[in-house]
Design a protein around this ligand. Structure first.
Ligand code: HEM
Length: 553
């Protein structure tokens, strides 16, 4: 017996011999200590989302999703603070479900009352463990606008997003999607985690689809924003983003970083490496901007204006390099942790739905220019992203259907000024310092809105446009980008990215389940946000055969 076991056994024996009253006192004390540890920031809740907020939101969604006559539902309904669409026991946090006019409530006119400014500061404390100080709070508040406006300008605007997209050089990298090699030195960065096995030299490989697609998406997304330096100097960067992402929900509910789980330990180690990598990068960017000698002679010239402008604002507001690392890591996160899992489900749904690959190949063909078909390796030379967005409505509908099934958006706002919300016959007064969260995904599997809601239906979002008579993909009630004035600041870029990568992969590559036969779509786990596959999807990847002649022949 180990020392630990004998101590535990001794403690249990002592506990067993205690009186009932002492046992109860002890149990309450332990619960209190755990509560204080888990929700340790509660005393500062006037500036931070209460840690029980996300837990309560999950509970509310669960209760409302089932038959609404269970005892737990009835007790909860009786003790909730407001009525109507407002669900929440405390005044500090409310979950809004079924409220008809979220867009108007979160619109820019309401911005003076409902704000997202807490995000930056709250995330600094919760995700990165920064101490709660007035100086940091002031820095975050004064940098809020210059922080967001470059992202908004580039990634939420068609011209900006197109320019950023072109810097990613998708035609080149999609042609090299699989290198048909098992040797690490010959593989592309995105192949390294995919457990690639060459089945037939130069013709077919086996791979883990989720790891391959997510890393491919990240390798496409990161350089147009951060240039090549960040990715090149940090070999574990992408893997660390996914590892840290695993613990983000735990940090969100204030789980202590010392919690004895493997996932927490790995996530916190990944966070440390990520912060160190981005901190060193921020130094190099600053040296470059000041015209000084750049550390390690790094080439920073392809870093985007978004990063340069943000760094200028951080410098002006006297952010330390450590603080800048956390700030820029948030951009790395925002631009990858939603898009890449969604991209994986998109590709999986496209290839696993019978007949869809061929239909899509025809739809996207006019907007993809292929290299000379007599070459032994056919590739893509140009992608017309505006044409794809304008004309490829089936592809767009497939993206919306993927978002419906695989992504649950939540909009959270901080009540900055008193506001009265009219909700049917109710008028609810919300007080400054409290929080409001809207889980938009609540209706995404509602059969009255989406018949056969668990099924992937490619053309579900297509509607006939009354003026042109053409089929057009419409969002309807779907809100994957959040709501109101502060919805996702990268949505134009993200839509372009999903459309173009989907179109390009389907054009050049054949993907089938390993061993042939039927596809198995894995169970989805996690959420809100993007859901993850419960297990990997093992596939065989080959170059597409054009007109009976394989491009690699
Ligand atoms: C499939 C891809 C994506 C989805 C589904 C998505 C969804 C969302 C959602 C739901 C929000 C919260 C909106 C709200 O509070 O109402 C958000 C915020 C944001 N997104 Fe995205 N996003 C995606 C990709 C991107 C990309 C590619 C970028 C950047 C290039 C980006 C940048 C941001 C930023 C900066 C915020 C604001 C964060 C904050 O300060 O609160 N997103 N996104």
């Amino acid at each position: 017996m180990t020392v630990e076991n004998s101590i535990v056994q001794h403690a249990l024996t002592v506990y067993h011999d205690l009186s009932t009253a002492t046992k109860a006192t002890l149990a309450i004390s332990i619960a209190f200590i755990l509560y204080r540890l888990l929700f340790r920031h509660e005393s500062t809740r006037r500036k931070e989302l209460p840690a029980w907020g996300p837990i309560e939101m999950g509970l509310v969604m669960y209760l409302l999703d089932g038959a609404r006559n269970g005892i737990v539902y009835r007790v909860y309904s009786a003790i909730r603070r407001y009525g109507g669409s407002f669900y929440g026991i405390s005044s500090a946090n409310q979950t809004l479900i079924g409220y008809e006019d979220v867009d108007r409530l979160f619109s820019s006119q309401m911005n003076h009352a409902l704000s997202i400014e807490w995000h930056g500061y709250g995330l600094f404390l919760r995700f990165f463990g920064f101490p709660d100080t007035p100086t940091l709070k002031k820095k975050v508040e004064s940098t809020f606008k210059p922080w967001h406006s470059p992202i908004e300008r580039v990634f939420n605007n068609d011209a900006g997003a197109t320019a950023a997209f072109e810097r990613g050089n998708l035609p080149k990298i999609v042609s090299e999607f699989v290198s048909f090699s098992q040797e690490k030195e010959k593989m592309k960065r995105w192949e390294l985690r995919a457990d690639i096995k060459v089945i037939k030299q130069g013709e077919a490989v086996e791979a883990n689809l989720s790891a391959l697609i997510m890393d491919f998406g990240a390798c496409f997304t990161i350089p147009p924003i951060f240039g090549h330096d960040l990715l090149d100097r940090n070999p574990h960067l992408i893997e660390d983003i996914w590892k840290f992402d695993h613990v983000v929900p735990l940090l969100f509910i204030n789980m202590p970083t010392w919690a004895p789980f493997k996932v927490m330990k790995e996530g916190i180690e990944a966070r440390k490496r990520l912060l160190a990598g981005v901190e060193a990068f921020s130094r190099r960017v600053t040296q470059f901007q000041r015209g000084e000698k750049v550390d390690d002679g790094a080439d920073i010239s392809d870093v985007s204006d978004v990063v340069l402008e943000r760094n200028t604002a951080l410098e002006r507001n006297e952010w330390s390099y450590q603080e800048r690392a956390a700030s820029e890591l948030l951009v790395l996160f925002a631009s990858n942790t939603n898009t890449q899992p969604v991209l994986f489900w998109l590709i999986l749904y496209i290839y696993s739905t019978p007949g869809l690959v061929n239909t899509l190949r025809q739809e996207v063909a006019p907007f993809i220019t292929l290299s000379d078909s007599h070459h032994d390796k056919k590739g893509i030379t140009a992608i017309n992203t505006s044409g794809l967005s304008r004309e490829c409505q089936l592809l767009k509908s497939i993206i919306l259907e993927t978002l419906r099934l695989a992504f649950g958006a939540v909009s959270t706002r901080f009540v900055k000024r008193p506001i009265t919300v009219q909700d049917g016959n109710h008028n609810h007064k919300l007080y400054p310092g409290t929080f409001l969260s809207v889980p938009h995904s609540f209706f995404q599997r509602d059969p009255s809105l989406y018949p056969d809601p668990h099924k992937f239906v490619p053309d579900r979002f297509l509607e006939t446009d009354p003026s042109s008579g053409k089929l057009v993909a419409k969002y309807g009630k779907l809100r994957p980008w959040g709501a109101g004035a502060s919805m996702c600041r990268g949505r134009v870029f993200a839509e372009k990215e999903l459309m173009a990568i989907g179109a390009a992969l389907v054009t050049l590559w054949d993907i089938s389940p390993v061993g042939g036969g039927e596809w198995t779509v894995p169970e989805m786990v996690g959420g809100p946000g993007p859901v993850k596959p419960k297990e990997e999807v093992r596939v065989v990847i080959k170059r597409r055969v054009f007109g009976g002649v394989s491009s690699s022949e």
